[in-house]
Each structure stands twice: as structure tokens, then as C-alpha cells.
Ligand binder design. Structure first.
Ligand SMILES: Nc1ncnc2c1ncn2[C@@H]1O[C@H](COP(=O)(O)OP(=O)(O)O)[C@@H](O)[C@H]1O
Ligand SMILES: [Mg+2]
Length: 252
């Protein structure tokens, strides 16, 4: 599987009359975790929605600029093609309630004809192990997800995304509403996925602490503009901008 760099250039987004993202440029390299941090309302989710073209579903949204997923021109490509190449995990765990735990993970590979029979079993096991959920569900793969805790449901949502082995994995505050143990497991999982498969992982995070723990690069967005972008150590230890210093210190 070839590595896919995500490259955003001069991105501007308007929703209704509001200018939401302003001249945003950033890169997320393969084999690494890039954290997008910033206060609520700064445009983090909008950036993710542009990268996977969910922005198309927002009435009145206008997008200018360029987004490359490797060589794919994401703003001009077929949106289904873009979404097929990008895995997505939302803030709210969203397993399909009418499907078993097994089927929740198997659905993507089944739809795309990637695996069946024992090969599909192995893929489901791989994804559940990668999401650090396997040990907790291996004896109840035919149960329905309503019996799982919130954190387990979120790891199931992650396993469902991983089963397609996306070259680009996007996560929008995936641990904002779940327990600390599941949070640690999800953090480990996405770091391992990036490193072991050379995938490009972009995670929106609600805390600078999480960005510091798990990312290789940090993008700090404030009121729709990129304030700071760089290697995590540099941004955390030697922020170049006063706003970044304030955000890291919990002041904005
Ligand atoms: N569907 C929408 N309709 C109108 N305004 C929106 C919509 N989605 C986002 N916005 C506005 O865009 C800005 C950025 O939102 P968002 O990207 O969700 O920020 P963040 O994820 O950083 O909290 C906010 O001011 C928000 O109100
Ligand atoms: Mg958001």
C-alpha cells in the first residue's frame, strides 16, 4: 500500500456568509500522526470535512483552494472516491446498532469485495486487535453493540474504519466523550496504525495534552487561521506565537 501525503494549500471555506477557514495550508505526512488543535469554533471539524468531502453535504458551503491526497485532487475528484480513500471516526461512537460486532467491522471489506470467508475473519480480527478491542469482544462477536460501553463502541467504530486499511485516517475528537482506559487504547492504536502501515493520521483533539502525547506534528488553528504548524516537540516546548503559548497554558 503506497503512502499518501495530505497536502492542503490556500484553503478558504465560507458557510452562508461566514468566512470559516482562511488561507489554510498544511501537510500531514505518511507514517505519522498530525494533531489539529484549537479552541471550539476555530474550524477544526470543517478542515476534516473538506479533506473527506463531507463538506459537500453542508448547504451553502463554498470551498476554494487545493487538497491533495497523494496525487488525487480531492476537491475535484468524485466525492465517493475521496471518502473511499479516507477512514473517518467521529466524536460520537456510531456503530450500526442492527449489526453484530463482527458485521460492524466486516461491512466495509464486504461492500468493497476485499475479503470473504476465513480471510474476512482474519481481517476482522486484525482490525479489532489494532483497535485494542479484540480481547474484550472475541467471545461475543455475534452480539450486538448496544451491550458495549461507550469507549468500546468508539473502539468498534475505529475498527470498522481500520478494516478498510485507509491510507488516510481522520479522527474528529474521538476521545472527547469516553472513559480514560479507552482513550489510552485509542491513542495507542492510532499511533501504531500510523507507524506500522505508513498511514497518514490526522486527529482533531480537544486538548493540547493529547496532541503532545500522540502526535508527531501539530497544527494550531485559531479563528479559521493557522497560527502555528510544526513538529510536536517544537510547538509544545518552543511555541513561536503568543497565542499558542496561551492555548497551551489553558488561557484561550
Ligand atoms: N453547518 C454549518 N452551518 C453554519 N455554520 C457552521 C456549520 N458548521 C460549522 N459552522 C461554523 O464554522 C465555525 C467552525 O466550526 P467547526 O469547524 O465545527 O469548529 P471546531 O471543530 O474547531 O469547533 C463555527 O463558527 C461554526 O459555527
Ligand atoms: Mg469540531
Amino acid at each position: 500500500m503506497e503512502p499518501v501525503e495530505v497536502k492542503v494549500s490556500d484553503l478558504n471555506v465560507w458557510i452562508g456568509g461566514s468566512h470559516i477557514l482562511k488561507d489554510v495550508s498544511m501537510k500531514a505526512p505518511p507514517g505519522a500522526v498530525t494533531a489539529v488543535m484549537g479552541p471550539s469554533g476555530s474550524g477544526k471539524s470543517t478542515l476534516i470535512r473538506v479533506i473527506n468531502r463531507l463538506i459537500d453535504l453542508i448547504p451553502g458551503a463554498r470551498v476554494e483552494g487545493k487538497v491533495l491526497l497523494g496525487s488525487l485532487d480531492a476537491l475535484r475528484a468524485d466525492p465517493y472516491e475521496v471518502r473511499r480513500r479516507t477512514g473517518m471516526v467521529f466524536q460520537e461512537p456510531n456503530p450500526f446498532p442492527h449489526m453484530t460486532i463482527y458485521d460492524n467491522v466486516a461491512i466495509g471489506p464486504r461492500i468493497h469485495g476485499l475479503a470473504r470467508g476465513e480471510e474476512l475473519d482474519r481481517l476482522v480480527e486484525w482490525a479489532l486487535k489494532m483497535a485494542h478491542l479484540w480481547d474484550e469482544v472475541k467471545d461475543r462477536l455475534r452480539d450486538y453493540p448496544h451491550q458495549l460501553s461507550g469507549g468500546q463502541k468508539q473502539r468498534l467504530s475505529l475498527a470498522r474504519a481500520l478494516a478498510l486499511k485507509p491510507r488516510v485516517l481522520l479522527l474528529d475528537e474521538p476521545t472527547a466523550n469516553i472513559d480514560p482506559v479507552s482513550t489510552v487504547k485509542i491513542e495507542r492504536s492510532i499511533m501504531e496504525y500510523a507507524k506500522t502501515t505508513m498511514a497518514t493520521v490526522i486527529i482533531v483533539t480537544h486538548t493540547p495534552q493529547q496532541a503532545a502525547r500522540i502526535s508527531d506534528h501539530i497544527l494550531f488553528i485559531y479563528q479559521g487561521r493557522v497560527v502555528e504548524y510544526g513538529p510536536t516537540r517544537e510547538v509544545v516546548l518552543h511555541p513561536r506565537h503568543e497565542l499558542t503559548r496561551k492555548f497551551l497554558g489553558g488561557e484561550v
